[in-house]
Structures are given as structure tokens and as C-alpha cells.
Design a binder for this molecule. Structure first.
Ligand code: CUA
Length: 307
């Protein structure tokens, strides 16, 4: 899965980020051309020639130093003013009556815990948004520094343990927007992907309602056996909502991907994941239980009922 481009924003916050990014890119390109050009000219024009004496040694020219100090200050001001404007555009709305965040995203090695505190919902790795509605989102970390970035949706932001921050997530076009952790956070960093799924108000409300429901009880013999196996292996030792060593699995079958965006979520890939987690995501904390093919079939049947 490819991470989306910041040059195709779908929100006012993303648009503000894109404008600032373009400005800095163009200014940086200009500075590069001037500096590289001057170095090139100097290297060619003042190169050593055979038999020539040592050239006169020049200490520096004060007038020119004023020019480039002024130039650097001008470039900094040209970046500073739109940066402040961009920070305002991307900041959460202030106000005395704070209803608390709509969404809480908590970085873990190497997945994302996602909570909707008003709805009492806990999920992982996939953020659902109603199209066009700004969602105040608090970012936290459970362990080390992570960095949340879904380029089309808005600014990137560090998740620092002990220092929660708040951003606004918004998407004005329906779609799935891919992002990633962009701060090296250990062995599984490369597979710490996140997706933002923007959908109509009705679809979003339907998703909230289905996440709030407990999944149906397992119906087939395989699924019933899988449920027993799930309990005897103590899967909830890590995956229960109160522990959160691993992602909540209450509605795992309703998610699009497995292992924080590593692979599409199908019964087949779920079986491969259970058979050898390290093969798909080296470093992952999920143990290899050395399950037999029958056990994998039963567990998959059970987990597939959890939607
Ligand atoms: Cu989390 Cu890199």
C-alpha cells in the first residue's frame, strides 16, 4: 500500500500544509541554485592554472555580508509568516466549553489504537471520519516517540509519551487515505501504517453503530472451536481493551487490513498471519504459537465472525 501524496490534499488543513510545503520547496530550490551556481562559477573561474602564482588572499567583503544576512532574514520571514498562518489553519478550534476530543489516537510499537470516546468505541489502525466534519483528535503514545502523518488529510505530528497533542482531522472527499508512522520507533516501524476512511454521515453513523454492537456469537463448529482456542491461548492477555499490547480484535473482521496495514484482511491472509507473524512483519510482538493447520482454520473461522 502506498502512502498518499501531500500534493493532493482533501481538507483545509491539508491544503494549508501543501501551500507551505510548496513555498519552502521553491525557496529551497532558489537558494540551492544560487549557492551551487556561485560555487560552480568560482571553481571554474578561479581554478589553478599551470605556472600561475598563488592568487591574492581576500579576507571577506563587509558589504556582501550585509547582503546575505539580509537575504537569509528575508527568506526566514517569508517562511515564518505563512507557517504561523498554516498552524492556525491546522489547529483545533479554541473555546471555553471543551467537549474533549472526538477521536484519540495512541501510538504503540507498531500499531495505532483508536478510540472514539463519545461513542465508547475502541478500534485499531483505521480511522473513520464523516466527510466534511472537522474531528478534534488527541494524539498520545504508549511507549516511544511515533509520528502520525496522513499527508492528504493534514499536518504531521509527533506522538510523544507523556505529552498529548491535539490536531484536527478532516476529509472533504470520501475515500481511503493512507498514512504512516514517520518517526523511527523500532523494528516494526516500516509497517506502522494507518488509514483514514472518509465516508458519508450515514455510513459513518452506521459504522459507529456496528462497532458499538458486540459481534454475533460463532455459529459453525469451526468457529466455536476457534472461540475455545482463542480463550485457551489467552489471546486477550494482549488484545483486550484494558491491556492494549496488541490491537483490539472485537471487530477485526470489519477492518480492511491486518498488522497495521501490512496486508489486506482476508481469511487467507489472516491464516498466514497466525501461521507465522514474523514472516509478514519482522519484529512484531505477536508470538508464533506454532498452530496446526486445523487450529488456524478454527481461529480464522472464529475471528471472521467478529465484524
Ligand atoms: Cu511508530 Cu515509527
Amino acid at each position: 500500500m502506498q502512502v498518499s501524496s501531500p500534493f493532493n490534499p482533501v481538507s483545509p488543513q491539508g491544503l494549508a500544509t501543501k501551500s507551505l510545503l510548496e513555498l519552502v520547496l521553491w525557496l529551497g530550490a532558489g537558494v540551492f541554485v544560487i549557492v551551487a551556481g556561485l560555487v560552480l562559477v568560482a571553481a571554474i573561474r578561479f581554478r589553478a592554472r599551470p605556472g600561475a602564482p598563488e592568487p591574492p588572499q581576500v579576507e571577506g567583503r563587509h558589504q556582501w555580508e550585509y547582503v546575505w544576512i539580509a537575504g537569509a532574514v528575508a527568506v526566514l520571514i517569508a517562511i515564518f509568516i505563512p507557517t504561523v498562518a498554516m498552524m492556525r489553519a491546522a489547529a483545533p478550534p479554541g473555546g471555553s466549553e471543551d467537549p474533549g476530543p472526538d477521536i484519540i489516537i495512541i501510538g504503540h510499537q507498531w500499531w495505532w489504537e483508536i478510540r472514539y470516546p463519545h461513542g465508547g468505541i475502541l478500534t485499531a489502525n483505521e480511522v473513520h471520519l464523516p466527510v466534511g466534519r472537522p474531528m478534534v483528535t488527541r494524539l498520545e503514545s504508549a511507549d516511544v516517540i511515533h509520528d502520525f502523518w496522513v499527508p492528504q488529510v493534514g499536518r504531521k505530528e509527533d506522538l510523544t509519551p507523556g505529552y498529548p497533542t491535539t490536531v484536527v482531522l478532516q476529509a472533504d472527499r470520501p475515500g481511503t487515505y493512507l498514512g504512516a508512522c514517520v518517526e523511527f520507533c523500532g523494528a516494526g516501524h516500516a509497517w506502522m501504517r494507518i488509514s483514514v476512511i472518509a465516508e458519508s454521515s450515514q455510513a459513518f453513523d452506521a459504522w459507529l453503530a456496528s462497532e458499538r454492537q458486540p459481534p454475533p456469537p460463532p455459529a459453525t463448529p469451526e468457529a466455536v472451536a476457534g472461540e475455545k482456542l482463542y480463550a485457551s491461548l489467552s489471546c486477550d492477555h494482549c488484545h483486550a481493551s484494558t491491556v492494549a499490547v496488541g490491537p483490539d480484535l472485537t471487530h477485526i473482521a470489519a477492518r480492511q487490513t491486518l498488522a497495521a496495514g501490512r496486508i489486506a484482511n482476508t481469511p487467507d491472509t489472516l491464516g498466514r498471519w497466525l501461521a507465522d507473524p514474523q514472516a509478514l512483519k519482522p519484529g512484531v510482538l505477536m508470538p508464533d504459537f506454532r498452530l496446526t493447520p486445523d487450529q488456524i482454520r478454527d481461529l480464522v473461522a472464529y475471528l471472521e465472525t467478529r465484524r
